[in-house]
Design a protein around this ligand. Structure first.
Ligand code: ZN
Ligand code: ZN
Ligand code: FE
Length: 763
């Protein structure tokens, strides 16, 4: 580097770095890099990201810029580096980190919460370290971010750590640019920081600090149920191998069958319980540490963990407290499910812990407040690639894309179930964390809070913001949209699903054939859609060209909860099925049909799945959305010999507008199979095969009519990986290029992104 000092012609560069570059150790990295290369200048955070001014010989400067990109800290995401100015001459010697600049428009990105890093994990288990066994250890590479931020810029006084005054040791680290904890806003230690406490069932403190953790681990071994504070909310935990504990948790939560997520001490601890491949391991160990849905392995676990599901959701520890519990001897496989009463969102405020009375035997609580609820993210694997099913911790609120197209602020409010909102501003598009089902009051409050949070943090003026909402007038999200001051735009649900794939994958102009399959969304003709095919593009618009033949929807929303009730509407025109459905459902359906009240029509694929599930024996109320369909997928997967010849078909017939799949032939064939005594697994498998063949038939007809071989799949039904895989395997050899949601959920959690894109393109 001596070149530098002898070089006669130093230059000065002013650089702007954008992306996730704050709260991730970026400035200390720049500082160390500048020192190593012998540069003079300074670095500073501002509202647009990181600003750097450096001087050196030109070749050293280009090495510096390259290293900024290539050697950035693991949690940083450098999205762009712009040279704002290049001028001859040098700066005075020395390199400094300057104070944050807090004026101007906010375009910098808030970092998602970060998994405990390797360095901190080392220190956590090092008896010589002053943070040995300290459950709130963190550094600039790890720890809480989004879940503690009260407002921007990201500085300690604007986080929930503002209540804790740093001790001299922490302060020294915080101010030392060469330290891993330089400007680590949540910095803390046993002397000055938050601590954990154990409470009994009456919520009386019984232990604190180390003894609290040791006792909690012992209680878990004993089969007790604990509420444990995590990053973005509370979990309910128990030993996953203790059938009694798992069943007690089910009874107390009043959740007979919704799958529980599991946390394994390490990948070793889940071997045998899950089928692991390279893609699964990569995801489990990724920085985001999501819940990964994996096929159940050969080693048995209590059926009550996920009854009727082909998959189990696993994650690895991501907070110091979780690591400490395992190190202290907690069972190596724990249930770690959101702590809530049935249907309500996860509890995250200590004040609300009272609502968990009777659910948990003990409470492991902590002093650091959580600013907002951030659930665990859920990722599935489809075609060896990640498919996000719930986007929250680790992902939110990082932008889903950056594009010059999205300069103007647009707010999209999503739908009803599993809702999330989207916001675009300054060329960035954000999708909020998973908010929940807006039927619940708590979720509606979280919905409003999230709108407030995102628009405040990014200083978006709602008066000038286009608000995009669903076509359904009764959704709370629609009603809330109408109260906002800016211009409004309604977008049809299934068009938004298809658009979510197009925008996620950057297909702006491309013509596609889009298959939007889900449970329910209001169509333009007043029917409840859900088995829709569109042709067109984001730029030109999407026209509906085919759909599932309409059936009567008996009892409206009740039909979504009771598969047997939905079934009557689809089976009406057929015969010989009555004996297969429960008597009370038939009576109720009969009186609905005789009442001559107008019955809504539906083209919902979700309800078709429900119909087949009901015929094959699913007669209870659904404990969660998609349960009957999931049990049907599970049944089909247990069919050992997947034959190549389809037994059933879903014929496509000309309809009033385009084409319609006639499900009657398919249901007739299933009834016939039942009469012949064919195994249910076989019927379930052939149902999936027929559906995928129906998609392929439609794709082939529409390819000729619309001159495109691009196929797009979206909507909650595509979470069914058997259907997804059967469809892919048939489409690809025919020359179709198939795209689906990967970085946002295919279900309604990704809806807002599609709404935003369509609202934008219609401006
Ligand atoms: Zn760390
Ligand atoms: Zn301290
Ligand atoms: Fe949907």
């Amino acid at each position: 580097m001596s070149l530098l000092h002898t070089s006669p012609d130093p230059q000065t560069l002013c650089l702007r770095v954008q992306g996730v570059v704050q709260g991730v150790g970026f400035r200390p990295f720049v500082f160390r890099l500048a020192q190593a290369l012998g540069l003079s200048g300074w670095v500073r955070n501002d509202l647009e990201g990181v600003l750097i001014e450096v001087s050196a010989a030109p070749e050293v400067l280009s090495a510096f810029v390259q290293a900024l990109r290539e050697q950035a800290p693991p949690a940083a995401q450098v999205e762009r580096i712009d040279v704002l100015e290049r001028r001859p001459g040098g700066l005075p010697p020395g390199f400094a980190i300057l104070e944050s600049e807090a004026s101007g428009p906010i375009t910098t990105l808030i970092s998602p919460d970060l998994t405990l890093c390797e360095d901190c994990l080392q220190e956590l288990s090092d008896p010589a370290n002053r943070r040995y066994r300290y459950p709130y250890i963190n550094c600039t590479n790890c720890g809480p971010r989004y879940s503690i931020i009260l407002q921007l810029p990201y500085d300690r006084p604007f986080t929930t750590m503002r209540a804790f005054e740093m001790c001299p040791d922490c302060a020294a680290e915080y101010h030392d640019p060469t330290n891993r904890r330089f400007h680590a806003q949540p910095i803390a230690c046993p002397v000055c920081g938050p601590q954990v406490h154990l409470w009994n069932a009456r919520m009386e403190p019984i232990a604190s600090r180390d003894p609290a953790i040791a006792e909690a681990a012992r209680l878990l071994r004993e089969g007790r149920i604990l509420a444990i504070k995590g990053l973005g909310g509370y979990h309910l935990a128990c030993d996953a191998n203790n059938t009694e504990a798992v069943e007690a948790l089910r009874t107390r939560k009043k959740r007979p069958s919704k799958p529980f997520a599991l946390m394994a001490k390490n990948t070793e601890a889940l071997r045998g319980y899950a089928l692991l491949d390279a893609a699964a391991l990569r995801l489990l160990e990724s920085l985001e540490r999501p819940i990964v849905l994996l096929p159940k392995g050969p080693k048995p676990l209590p059926e009550a963990l996920a009854p009727g599901s082909p998959h189990l959701g696993f994650m690895l520890p991501y907070t110091p407290l979780q690591h400490l519990l395992f190190a202290e001897g907690a069972p190596p496989l724990l249930v770690m499910t959101s702590a809530n009463r049935s249907g309500e969102p996860m509890v995250y405020r200590d004040e609300d812990l009272g609502s968990l009375r009777g659910l948990a035997d003990f409470f492991l609580v902590g002093d650091r407040p959580i600013a907002r609820r951030v659930d665990d993210s859920i990722v599935a694997i489809a075609d060896a690639k990640p498919m996000i099913l719930r986007r929250a911790r680790g992902f939110a609120p990082a932008p889903v894309l950056r594009s010059e197209r999205f300069q103007k602020p647009i707010l999209a409010l999503g739908g009803m179930l599993k809702n999330a909102i989207a916001l675009s501003t300054g060329g960035q598009v954000f999708l909020s964390q998973h908010i929940g089902d807006l039927e619940e009051l708590e979720a509606r409050l979280a919905f409003q809070q999230t709108i407030h949070d995102l628009t405040q943090m990014y200083r978006v003026n709602l008066d000038e913001t286009l608000v995009v909402h669903d076509l359904h007038p009764d959704y709370p999200s629609t009603q809330y949209a109408l109260e906002l001051p800016g211009p409004k735009q309604a977008v049809q649900h299934h068009r938004a699903h298809i658009a979510s794939v197009l925008v996620e994958q950057g297909l702006w102009e491309e013509e596609v054939i889009g298959f939007a399959f889900d449970g329910a969304g209001l169509g333009e003709d007043g029917a409840i859609w859900g088995g829709e095919v569109f042709a067109g593009s984001l730029a030109q618009g999407l026209s509906r060209v085919a759909h599932l033949r309409y059936a009567h929807l008996l009892g409206g929303d009740a039909a979504a909860s009771f598969p047997a009730q939905a079934a009557v509407g689809f089976l009406q025109e057929l015969s010989g099925w009555e004996a297969l459905l429960p008597e009370p459902t038939l009576r109720q359906a009969g009186s609905l049909l005789r009442s001559k009240l107008p019955l809504p029509l539906t083209s919902s694929m979700g309800r078709l799945f429900d119909t087949v599930a009901a015929l094959l024996g699913f007669h209870t109320r659904q404990d969660f959305e998609g349960q009957a369909a999931m049990s049907l997928e599970s049944l089909a997967r247990s069919y050992p010999s997947a034959p190549s010849q389809p037994r059933f078909s879903l014929p496509l017939r000309p309809a009033a507008h385009g084409w319609a799949w006639d499900y009657r032939a398919l249901l007739e064939a299933i009834l016939d199979g039942l009469r012949k005594g064919l195994p249910k697994q076989e019927l379930a498998w052939h149902f999936h095969a027929a559906l995928s063949a129906g998609v392929v038939d439609a794709a082939q007809i529409l390819r000729d009519a619309h001159n495109t071989s691009r196929v797009v799949l979206s909507g909650g039904v595509w979470q069914n990986r058997l259907l997804h895989q059967l469809t892919l395997t048939k489409l690809r050899p025919l020359g179709f290029q198939v795209r689906w949601n990967q970085s946002v959920p295919p279900g309604d959690g990704g809806l807002a992104l599609g709404q935003l894109a369509l609202g934008h393109s219609r401006k």
